[in-house]
Write a protein that binds this ligand. Structure first.
Ligand SMILES: NC(=O)c1ccc[n+]([C@@H]2O[C@H](COP(=O)([O-])OP(=O)(O)OC[C@H]3O[C@@H](n4cnc5c(N)ncnc54)[C@H](O)[C@@H]3O)[C@@H](O)[C@H]2O)c1
Length: 258
């Protein structure tokens, strides 16, 4: 029943084989989706090469640079979607950034520029990409973003990223309300802690993972593939009645009081 054949899916946020977006791209590919991949360009082209090699087995029909801090890169990404695909069905927003010094210590010491950077890249980008995707989702669509429990609870060191995730989850609701009449669904997956490049910047991430392994009902944390399976489900017709939601894929940790 989970068949994404004929669906065009744009996946952002693959940096390496630990990225949650990589787990998602693999599961969308398995379900039959046609993939487009964006990468964060750097001056020496290292990321382009690395991501291109990684995603090659998934045969993406689109591979484009997209730094969400630059409007013209976002514009050219969606122009490429328009030119090569004509329509978009699935958008995976799987990116975030905050300065390392803002992911440890006292939240009250967050600088104005650090706050702006975190919210611009991690939160505004969902609004920006959804706005660009909207006219291309002519047959309806599914937009999925990644969030974390730190958006609704105070988690040590998560600090400004918690504020960014709270804004992200609110953005999911506002976007779902706006885009619903066009049959475009917008949801967030709240993943349990996973070791990745981004999460390694959060102070004490390994302690967080060990804590989840001890306390979560399933006595473990989750994998990129499990998050990918949920993204494939949310992208499919099986989830046709679900929008504006935050779905926890965290081995049950969120329900625990102690
Ligand atoms: N790893 C976890 O424990 C965890 C838990 C819950 C939610 N998340 C969320 O999952 C998402 C993916 O993170 P991840 O853990 O897979 O780490 P990751 O480092 O593999 O992915 C983060 C991605 O963001 C991209 N990025 C950063 N700045 C960018 C910019 N300006 N423009 C475009 N792309 C940019 C990076 O290139 C990278 O691909 C993030 O939103 C993160 O907050 C992660």
């Amino acid at each position: 029943m989970l068949n994404l054949t004929g669906k065009n899916a744009l996946v952002t946020g693959i940096a390496n084989n630990r990225s949650i977006a990589w787990g998602i791209a693999q599961q969308l590919h398995k379900a039959g989706a046609n993939l487009g991949i964006t990468y964060l360009p750097d001056e020496r082209g290292k990321m382009e090469k690395k991501v291109a090699e990684l995603v090659e087995p998934l045969n993406p029909s689109l591979f484009v640079p997209c730094n969400v801090q630059y409007d013209e890169q976002v514009k050219s990404t969606f122009e490429a979607v328009q030119d090569q695909w004509g329509k978009l069905d699935i958008l995976i927003h799987c990116l975030a950034f905050a300065n390392r010094e803002d992911l440890t210590g006292d939240f009250s010491q967050t600088s104005r520029s650090g706050f702006k950077t975190a919210l611009e890249i991690s939160t505004y980008s969902l609004v920006q990409l959804s706005g660009a995707a909207k006219p291309l989702m002519t047959e309806g669509g599914s937009i999925i973003t990644l969030t974390y429990l730190g958006g609704v609870r105070a988690i040590p060191n998560y600090n400004v990223m918690g504020v960014a995730k709270a804004g992200l989850e609110a953005s999911v609701r506002y976007l779902a309300a706006e885009l619903g009449p066009a049959n475009i669904r917008v949801n967030a997956i709240s993943a349990g802690p996973i070791r990745t490049l981004a999460s390694s910047a959060v102070g004490g991430i390994l302690d967080m993972i060990h804590h989840v392994e001890e306390v979560a009902p399933l006595r473990r944390t989750v994998t990129q593939q499990e998050v990918g399976n949920t993204a494939a489900f949310l992208s499919s017709e099986l989830a046709s009645g679900i929008t504006g939601q935050v779905l926890y894929v965290d081995a049950g940790y969120e329900i625990m009081g102690m």
